[in-house]
Structure formats: C-alpha cells, structure tokens
Design a protein around this ligand. Structure first.
Ligand code: SF4
Length: 608
C-alpha cells in the first residue's frame, strides 16, 4: 500500500448493525487519489441509480485524502458524499477542522454508511476498533452540545462530526458540523445523515499516517510557508471575512436576492468592513496544523445573544446573510451563523432562503400572518435572525423554508417560483458569475454544470482538474493562494505517498474524479444542460446600473465550450468513449456507449 493511506475502509449497515472492514484498493488510490474521488467511484459501483436519497439504499460516506493528517500544508480536510436530497443527484461537501486527520489517526481512510438505524446511534472509532453506540440521549441536542458531550466522554484525542436538530428533522439544507462551526455544508448531506438516524461519528486514535519521505515533506512545508508568508499573515487575521464590503459594491457578492445593485441598494456598507468583522474576535484558531489558522472564535455577542466561542464569520456567510439580504449588521450575521452552526444548517442556503422570503414579503406573497408577526423587510436584522431561528428549528413558515427555495416556492405557490433563485435545486454560492471573478469561460459553467449545481468551489472544465486533485488529496483550497499550488500539490503527493507522478498523470486523476462525479449525476437522470437556471444569475435581462450593468453571461456557450474541451457530448453530456477508454474507465465506457451500439471502427478497404 502506498504511504499516506491507512489502508482501510469501514462499511456500516445501520439497518442490521453490521460493521465490516475492507482493505483500501491501491488501484483506486492511484486512479482517484482519495476523498470525493474514491467516494464517487465507490458509490457509483456499489449503489444503483434512482435510490431514494433519504432511504436506506443511499450511501453516506466520510472520506479523507492521502495528505490529510500529514505535514502537507493545509492537509486537514475530510469530505462527505452521497446522493443529494436537495438536488437529486451527486452530493458532496468538504470541511476542515480536526476530524479528518483524527479519522486517519483512528485507523481508517473512510467510512460508508447504508441502511437506517431503528434508534438514534453514533459511530465510535477508537484506534482501529469501531462500534455503534446509542445516541438517544444526544438526539435533539445542538452540534455544540453533542461535541461537548462526546469529547468530554472520550477525551481530547476524540474528534466529532455531528448533525443538529435540522439534520434530525431532515431539513434538506441541513449540514454536518465539527469544531463548533466548521461545516460540511453543501448538498444537504446533513439530511442524509439525519434520515439514517446517525447523530455523530467520533474518531479517536493515536495511529500515525505513514509518510514516504518525512524530511522532504517537512522541507516542502517550510518552503511553502515562506513563499506564502504574506498570504498567511493576512489570512490569519481576517480569514475570508476581509472583503464583505468591497465585494458588495464591486458586483462580486449578489445583492437583494441576486436582483439588486450594491451601490444603489446599500450605499453604506461600512457595517460589513473587515475591521467590523474582527471587532468581536476572541481567539484565533485553525484547522489541524494549518499555518494560516484563518478561523477564530468570537466573544459573546453584544447586540445579539450568540455565546462566547461561536465561530467567526466566513465570506460566504457574510454575503448570504449580508448583501444578499441588504443587511449590513455584522452582529446579526454572526447570530444567524451561530444558529445555523448549532442546529446544523448550511449558511449559504440559509441566507439565500431568507433573501427569497424577504422578496416574497415585499411582493405580498407572504405577510405577517405567515411569518408569525416577523416584519421581514429587506435589511431588517432582527427579522433575519428571528426567521433564521424558525428555519433551523423547522417552526411555522420555517418548516416550509428549511427544504430550500425550490421546494418552498412550490409549496407556497402564488408565483413564488419567480423569486426562487437556484440552479438544479440548490442555492448558489456568493460570487456572482457576472463579475467574472473566476474567469470568463467558466464563471457560469461552474454553477450550472458541476455535478453539485450551485457550487463555485469545484469548477467545471479542464482548467479545474488540478482543483479536483487538491480536494481529493485532502487539501484546503485556500492553499492555492499561498504560492504555487501545482508544485506543492504534486510535491507533497510525491513526498507522502512515494509515487513520483508527472503533472499529466495527476491531471488525469483530476479528470477521472470529474467524470465519476458527473456520471453519478447523469445516472440519476440529471443532464446539467436541462437544469433550471434562474434568469438573474446569468443576467437575463442585464442589470441597468452598477458595475454589472449590461452584463449577461452566455451560460449555454460556456457549457458548450467546456463540454467540447472535456470531450463530453455536447447534448447528452456523456463523457466521450475515447476519453473514457484513455482514462481506463472501461466499465463506464461500456455503460454509456454499449459495444453493440457503437459504430464499427474503420476496417481494411473493401476487397482486401
Ligand atoms: S486556510 Fe483556514 S480553512 Fe484552510 S486549512 Fe487553514 S485554517 Fe482551515
């Protein structure tokens, strides 16, 4: 087995209570690296298409990469995978904190859960031994309470991921939390965990991750930190929260449910400036061994009652509960963030849902009778906090909103669909693709075409293959801002695993990961070209004032360019036969392009 891996996966059937260890297949590691790459390959092979995402046949996986828990700078990530109940297709989310490395220290590279437990349970892994434990006493508790209880019970080397009441109540935007606010948030995977009555996973252990050349890995880490010194200094102070105000005015952050213009709707954004964001910080903290330590805990709230120890704000949350709701009150955003983290709810979806509800309120589609008296006007921070609390607790109107804007709009009717900003069922991340933040040719494509629609952290098209490698290896994407990422990603992979692979080989791994996520989605009947795309996202019609005035992104053209560059069919989006064969994905090739239906290859000329 290559170094960097613990060499073992755990399969748990929650219906029968059976636990089974399987060796990690080295060929899988070579082809898909780890994390969501291995996750997608295993789910595609072991799970049939069309399963109920909230039923026993959906598999929920928690995975690490070969660089998780090693000297690799930013090597602290784990990811979760499964069929998304929010989009009905491939779902994944990843997070930092301490859990990923500790899952490896407990002896496993990953754990997969199928079935549904009769009663609430949690999984305890202690130095290579796993068992299911009764979680009845934890059911109904917040993620903070769950972490505190289990980490007190199992000691400081035990690290926990858990769902809160939102996941237990199968809110489709529910997420998974560790470390009091590190969220694996997208795709509604918290609802999958809740549907299985799996409250938490505890990983405890002191096993070492084998490293092929420790000296080389440590030297590379030093070099990376020196090269990224400026970034590390800035990021350590502000994290991702340093540009909430400027982004609200530049067109980067969507404003007023994606329909407004920052400089017009919110001329004064000083409430979102970076000094406001660090005003109430208590202690800096970071993911496991990360030199940036971009996270922090807050002191107790002054204007709103979030407790001491609540997680600092991240850019996405500032955008979602800030500019997208025309709200410039930083304390109210911190309160909404705390509620989402404690109850286990995706803050990006949370802010998108509040913005949607504010617009419904503006147009009289809902009123105070629906909101239990909450005056849900744009930018009203008290209303924003009160409605967030209802959503995460599934109370009143919050019960309808907790499943995301698409489903809520269908339930509310009265033309609410017009204001439901989503792609393929999921609320979008907080970078407006019209602002070209990620490059002209993929800004829309990444939201529109990714296997998990509405995401902007994975990207779409060949330019993103290295990002797939980065994530599958267990690295934080912020590492890319601290120097030359391909050099460090490939260097760490070589030093840790011992495999000396060319950049071309690594990019092929990234391409395989992209394909596996995509074919899972295709098998679920989701051709991304047919997805609903809210017209405000590409700018149809374009805005008439502000920095994005006149800008429309031709998302169909972006899909077309990228599909061609990927060698995927431009109508069905099936990856091409030759491409699949080149990458050694022969079983997928046979499924998508059955041999009996292929055009015969050119033979010898007639008569010979
Ligand atoms: S940069 Fe921030 S999010 Fe990324 S690993 Fe470091 S502390 Fe975690």
């Amino acid at each position: 087995m290559a170094r960097g891996y613990m060499g073992k996966l755990l399969f748990v059937d929650l219906s029968t209570g059976e636990l089974k260890d399987d060796p990690l297949d080295e060929a899988l590691c070579k082809d898909f690296i780890g994390g969501y790459g291995i996750g997608a390959r295993i789910l595609y092979s072991r799970q049939k298409g069309g399963v109920d995402p909230l039923g026993p046949d959906n598999t929920f996986g928690v995975l690490t990469g070969p660089l998780t828990g090693t000297p690799a700078t930013f090597g602290a990530r784990y990811c979760v995978v499964g069929k998304s109940p929010l989009t009905g297709s491939w779902g994944d989310a990843n997070s930092g904190g301490h859990f990923g490395p500790h899952l490896k220290f407990s002896g496993y590279d990953g754990v997969f859960f199928t079935g549904i437990s009769e009663k609430p349970v949690y999984l305890l892994i202690d130095n290579g031994k796993a068992e299911l434990k009764d979680a009845s006493q934890l059911w109904g508790k917040t993620t903070y309470e769950t972490e505190d209880t289990l980490e007190t019970q199992y000691g400081p080397t035990a690290k926990v991921i858990s769902i809160g009441p939102a996941g237990e109540k199968v809110a489709l935007c529910a997420c998974i939390i560790s470390n009091r606010g590190d969220a694996a948030a997208r795709s509604g995977i918290g609802a999958v965990m809740g549907s299985k009555r799996l409250k938490a996973v505890v990983a405890k252990g002191e096993m070492k991750v084998p490293v092929f050349d420790l000296e080389a890995a440590n030297n590379l880490r030093k070099e990376h930190m020196a090269e990224g010194k400026k970034f590390l200094e800035y990021f350590g102070v502000y994290g991702t929260s340093g540009h909430g105000d400027t982004s609200a005015h530049s067109g980067d952050t969507p404003v007023k449910n994606w329909g407004g213009v920052g400089v017009v709707e919110m001329p004064d954004v000083s409430g979102l400036n970076k000094e406001k964001m660090v005003a109430n910080l208590d202690k800096r903290k970071g993911c496991w061994h990360c030199p940036a330590a971009c996270k922090a805990s807050l002191k107790a709230g002054i204007e709103y009652p979030y407790p001491a120890g609540a997680h600092r704000l991240e850019y996405e949350t500032i955008g979602a509960f800030g500019a997208n709701c025309c709200n410039t009150n930083a304390e109210s955003i911190a309160m909404a963030n705390h509620l989402c983290n404690a109850y286990g709810f995706d803050t990006i979806s949370g802010g998108g849902i509040i913005a949607f509800a504010m617009e419904l309120y503006e147009h009289g589609i809902i009123d105070k009778k629906d909101t239990d008296g909450i005056d849900l006007t744009w930018g009203n921070p008290d209303a924003l906090v009160a409605m967030t609390e209802k959503i995460v607790k599934r109370e009143g109107l919050g019960d309808i909103l907790a499943d995301g804007v698409k489903i809520a709009a269908a339930k509310i009717g009265k033309g609410a669909e017009k204001y439901a900003v989503h792609i393929g069922g999921q609320e979008l991340g907080m970078h407006d693709p019209k602002a070209s933040f990620f490059g002209e040719r993929m800004t829309m494509a990444m939201y529109h075409m990714d296997a998990t629609p509405g995401r902007h952290t994975t990207g779409f098209g060949p330019s993103q293959f290295m990002q797939y490698v980065n994530s599958a290896a267990g690295l934080c994407m912020h590492g890319g801002m601290a120097g030359n990422p391909p050099k460090y990603i490939s260097g760490f992979l070589k030093a840790v695993t011992g495999w000396d692979r060319s950049m071309e080989e690594l990019l092929r791994c990234g391409e395989r990961v992209a394909i596996m996520r995509h074919v899972f989605t295709l098998r679920e009947g989701d051709n991304p070209l047919k997805r609903f795309v809210h017209h405000r996202i590409p700018g149809i019609p374009p805005q008439t004032e502000g920095p994005l005035a006149g800008v429309t992104r031709d998302y169909k053209a972006q899909a077309y360019w990228n599909l061609g560059a990927l060698d995927w069919d431009r109508f069905s989006t099936k990856p091409g036969l030759a491409k699949l064969q080149l990458l050694g994905l022969d079983d997928i090739a046979d499924e998508l392009w059955p041999p009996s239906e292929r055009r015969p290859a050119f033979g010898p000329p007639p008569g010979r």
